[in-house]
Design a binder for this molecule. Structure first.
Ligand code: PLP
Length: 425
């Protein structure tokens, strides 16, 4: 796997002159190409009426969702803010999938007012929802088979199904659909989301097999048909140079075969839906930073002007993100360093024991594959503010699609404010 930038080094320097680092840069063409590849591959394999609902949590910026809506996607939302982003982008009704857990009533109210598909995470939520908002137009429940064991990276992030807090076992699913049917619901879908950043399509196939089987069992037991089967997100991307691209074609062909083998026409010929976030935007995002400090003590620590509040995945999951240094991409004389942020947390490290070219203060270091679950996971611990997001458009222009936070933003929620003065020079 090779890691490149969507812009030339000189172009990036011009961008940095206008928008000081750190910032997240997204490549519109890359995002659109990926959206088209997914749709085209599923269509070519004959996967029935495939549609991706972009997982808004991966990159919750309306400018990004707008372009994915143009590419034919719906939105997968899990909170008030994500529902609001979907509404801002003109989505409503069944183009929004609301998959939450531990859900607050105001979230259900908003989702219901938009006509979103409500995806029930637990049996205990169905009747209270019906009591508060009436029967939903479409009844959908989240399945957790409990007994599939995986190996690999996904376990670190999402856990084995039995340990995952999401979804319900088959018996509860059957009870939930019975309640929905008794409440007058006539249209149904089914959902699961059990994999995260999974590069092996056979694991995705295994999930689809389990879900198709569950859908068939439920359809027969409850006496209903399904309009859609939602396999969740979780298609992986190669974060490491040694990893390979996901074999999308292999997966699409397997999916179609599985659809036919389960004879899903007998349960209403459901359309196949996914809600990938990472696969759509991760590769097209770059965290552009500047080396702020180099410290040589027990190890060499390269301090950046960004911190884990800009990209939490390495600290949270020990995740690897590839790095390149502007103008030094082809250097062969490397040095082992830890790449750090400035938070008072020792796990604020973008890389540990990484071989990088010899760095100097002022070097521009680009962290790759940050377009999903990157800026979105930002936080303000230590008073670190979230930085700007820029979009590089296919015409070669760059525009800011979210400004950097300021101290005013940080203090905006205080009920008592005092005076302060930050010198600027
Ligand atoms: C319910 C649900 N759907 C979709 C996704 C998107 O996952 P990914 O970005 O890995 O495709 C997530 C991620 O956490 C999720 O929780």
């Amino acid at each position: 796997m090779e890691y490149t930038l969507p812009v030339l080094d000189d172009q990036l320097k011009v961008i940095i002159a206008e928008y000081p680092t750190p910032f997240h840069l997204y490549d519109e063409r890359g995002i659109r190409d990926r959206a088209r590849l997914l749709q085209r591959t599923m269509n070519e394999a004959g996967v029935p009426r495939f549609q991706n609902y972009f997982a808004v949590k991966a990159l919750p910026n309306p400018e990004i969702l707008k372009l994915l809506v143009q590419e034919g996607m719906g939105a997968d939302c899990s909170s008030l803010a994500e529902l609001a982003i979907a509404e801002m982008c003109g989505l409503s009704g069944e183009q929004i999938m609301f998959s939450s857990n531990d859900t607050a009533l105001d979230e259900f109210r908003y989702a219901s007012s938009l006509g979103a598909i409500i995806n029930f995470d637990d049996l205990s939520m169905v009747q209270p929802y019906i009591n508060s908002f009436g029967a939903p137009e479409v009844g959908c429940c989240r399945f957790n088979p409990g007994d599939i064991e995986f190996g690999g990276v996904n376990v670190d992030i999402i856990g084995n199904p039995r340990e995952a807090k999401y979804g319900m076992p088959l018996d509860d699913m059957i009870a939930a659909y019975k309640q929905l049917k008794e409440a007058g619901v006539t249209r149904f879908g089914i959902h699961t989301m059990l994999l995260s950043n999974e590069l092996d399509w056979r694991n995705h196939e295994e999930i689809a097999d389990a879900l198709f089987g569950a859908a068939t069992a439920i359809a027969h037991e409850v006496g209903i048909n399904f309009e859609f089967i939602n396999l969740g997100g979780g298609i992986g991307v190669p974060y490491r140079p040694t990893e390979h691209e996901f074999d999308l074609r292999g997966f699409a062909i397997a999916l179609k075969k599985l659809y036919d083998a389960h004879d899903l026409e007998r349960i209403g010929s459901p359309r196949i839906v996914m809600e990938n976030g990472r696969y759509i935007t991760a590769d097209s995002g770059y965290l552009v930073t500047t080396v702020a400090n180099i410290k040589r003590t027990h190890k060499v620590y390269v301090g950046l002007d960004a911190s884990m509040s800009d990209l939490m995945r390495p600290a949270l999951y020990g995740a690897y993100h590839h790095m390149s240094v502007l103008g030094k991409q082809h250097d062969t004389d490397l040095e082992e360093v830890d790449v750090t942020g400035s938070l008072c947390e020792n796990n604020d490290k973008f890389a540990i024991d990484r071989m990088l070219p010899h760095l100097e203060v002022g070097d521009v270091l680009v962290i790759h594959t940050t377009g999903a679950h990157g800026h979105a996971m930002g936080f303000q611990y230590n008073g670190k503010l979230r930085h700007a997001e820029l979009l590089f458009d296919p015409g070669g222009g760059v525009r800011m699609i979210r400004r950097a936070e300021t101290l005013e933003d940080y203090f905006a929620t205080l009920t008592q404010k005092g005076n302060y003065h930050v010198p600027t020079n």
